[in-house]
Design a protein around this ligand. Structure first.
Ligand code: GAP
Length: 507
């Protein structure tokens, strides 16, 4: 097992052991790609939502919120293009009976060529030592150039075949590249078929066409169909945005990598409505704004990057992803898309209703253009865990701690009586009831103080406050810092301010 796979495994088992994430329906042997959030996970998840909602809605004058229903009129999904085009190309291996996304099989093949390039670079860097110029070598090595043109050729073919729905050619490409099933090791593939990712269900007791519904595959359409309701009721003037957080459902063909790709997940989306012609300016604005949001949480620069789309969806005129370096590589965490007037116009056509904005500045009516920011809450949760997971082997025993930004930590402070007697629990509970009004606190009196510190480290509590015999004499306590493990004796009255300072909002 590679180091990276090992890291993901550690994070998954830590999440389960410490009450962050459990496989759903586990006592029935689980159900693939569904997960439950435990007592500490739900706190972290709620804190991420709160941080996003505050920075995207409450701290801004130009964005308002919405909470639309999961079930929507089925024609919405026809207008949005999801009925006809929200498909993945799937292929089965006849021997292992395993199902794959055809594009992912090819992309994995490309990833292997990229690994060969990295290997070449590593070898050369060893050979040339401090004189090694990575960029120059990358540009001039004939072997690397061959690999790069192979990648380009495969990508071009794959994109063109998929765009033109030439699935026979996609299958041939898989054969030509001799891509085998990772389980059976054979090339015995079925044809490539389109698979719609929407979950269907029925509403009501009459089984006619109208009662067939879909579980929403994105929250965005709830925003589009409410554009006029929100604009008029909140008296918003363009440019303005509508944000919402909510569940989305996709019948992913293969769901792997823990909570990265789930069948039921949450999105935090914002549609920003702008005057036609100004959308690229706003697209650039939101690109920067959203990257800074991650940085405000202390996520390191080297773990974040933009991936600008060269190939655009038919409704978009600019698109980028913000990618995070997960243990399995850089992957999409958030999409930022300039969606033109596609969605509002489609809903206007489908309903025969006018969905336009009257601009008092120019005294004209127009269909606004839209810039969308869309982040997966569960992916952000995983990114926070990956960024904060630490193993410290310096002391006598291994310490595992989560260096979660204090503003997101499930609990801000743990209040711990040194021993379970001598009136210390009573004094500690008194402090708990004072601090809980301002911060989410944790109270624990079981086990030795050392064990309790370790447990708080493992769930990412930034401060532990210990009540000891001296507290009874002079109202002082010790405060221990999760990251440095340093302890300081302070007056109990100063606690509130010290903790508050650490929790300040950066964005
Ligand atoms: N409204 C635009 C939209 O839904 P998307 O790129 O399909 O765009 C947006 O999804 C974000 O939702 C992604 O960047 C990702 O973070 C998250 N997401 C998408 N599919 C997901 C899945 N199966 N499991 C977890 N998160 C997912």
């Amino acid at each position: 097992m590679s180091q990276k796979e090992q890291t993901l495994k550690l994070i998954i088992s830590h999440s389960k052991e410490y009450g962050f994430v459990f496989p759903s329906s586990e006592i029935y042997d689980g159900i693939s790609a569904f997960y439950d959030y435990g007592p500490f996970g739900v706190e972290l998840k709620n804190n991420i939502k709160k941080y996003w909602w505050q920075s995207m809605v409450q701290f801004r004058l130009d964005v308002v919120g919405l909470d639309s229903a999961i079930f929507m009129h089925p024609k919405i999904w026809k207008a949005s293009g999801h009925v006809d085009a929200f498909n993945d190309p799937l292929i089965d291996n006849k021997d292992s009976k395993k199902r794959y996304r055809a594009d992912e099989l090819i992309e994995n093949y490309i990833r292997k060529i990229n690994l060969k390039i990295e290997k070449e670079i590593k070898k050369a860097s060893k050979r040339f030592g401090s004189d090694f110029d990575r960029d120059k070598f990358h540009k001039t090595s004939p072997r690397i150039n061959n690999y790069l043109s192979e990648i380009k050729d495969i990508s071009n073919k794959m994109n063109s075949f998929l765009n033109n729905e030439e699935f026979k050619k996609v299958k041939d490409l898989i054969y030509d590249l001799n891509i085998v099933c990772p389980v059976s090791g054979t090339c015995n593939w079925t044809d490539v078929r389109q698979f719609n990712l929407m979950f269907g269900t029925k509403v009501g007791s009459v089984s006619d066409e109208a009662s067939n519904l879909f579980l929403r595959p994105e929250t965005a359409q709830g925003i589009f169909v409410n554009f006029l309701n929100v604009q008029k009721s909140a008296r918003m003037k363009i440019p303005f945005g509508i944000a919402q957080i909510g569940k989305a459902f996709r019948n992913e063909i293969i769901a792997r990598q823990f909570i990265f790709r789930m069948r039921e997940f949450e999105q935090m989306e914002m549609q920003f409505f702008v005057e036609p012609g100004s959308e690229i300016k706003w697209f650039e604005y939101w690109k920067k704004e959203r990257l800074n949001w991650y940085k405000s949480l202390g996520i390191s620069d080297s773990n974040l990057k933009y991936h600008d789309h060269e190939k655009l969806a038919h409704y978009a005129n600019a698109a980028t992803d913000i990618e995070f370096k997960f243990p399995f590589g850089f992957k999409e965490l958030e999409g930022i898309h300039s969606r033109t007037d596609f969605d509002l116009s489609s809903h206007a056509n489908e309903t025969n209703k006018k969905i336009q904005y009257f601009d008092p500045k120019s005294s004209t009516n127009y269909t606004p253009y839209v810039v969308e920011t869309s982040i997966g809450l569960d992916r952000m949760f995983l990114a926070v865990l990956c960024e904060s997971y630490r193993e410290d082997n310096n002391g006598k025993e291994k310490r595992v701690y989560l260096k979660i930004p204090p503003v997101l930590s499930p609990f801000k402070v743990a209040i711990l009586p040194l021993v379970k007697k001598d009136n210390l629990p009573e004094k500690a509970k008194e402090l708990y009831h004072t601090l809980i009004k301002d911060f989410n606190c944790y109270y624990e009196e079981k086990d030795s103080i050392g064990k309790r510190y370790r447990r708080q480290d493992a769930i990412g509590t930034p401060f532990c406050v210990t009540i000891d015999h001296e507290t009874l004499e002079n109202n002082t306590v010790t405060i221990r810092d999760r990251d440095t493990m340093s302890q300081e004796r302070i007056n109990m009255e100063d606690l509130n301010n010290i903790i508050k300072k650490k929790l300040s909002f950066n964005c």
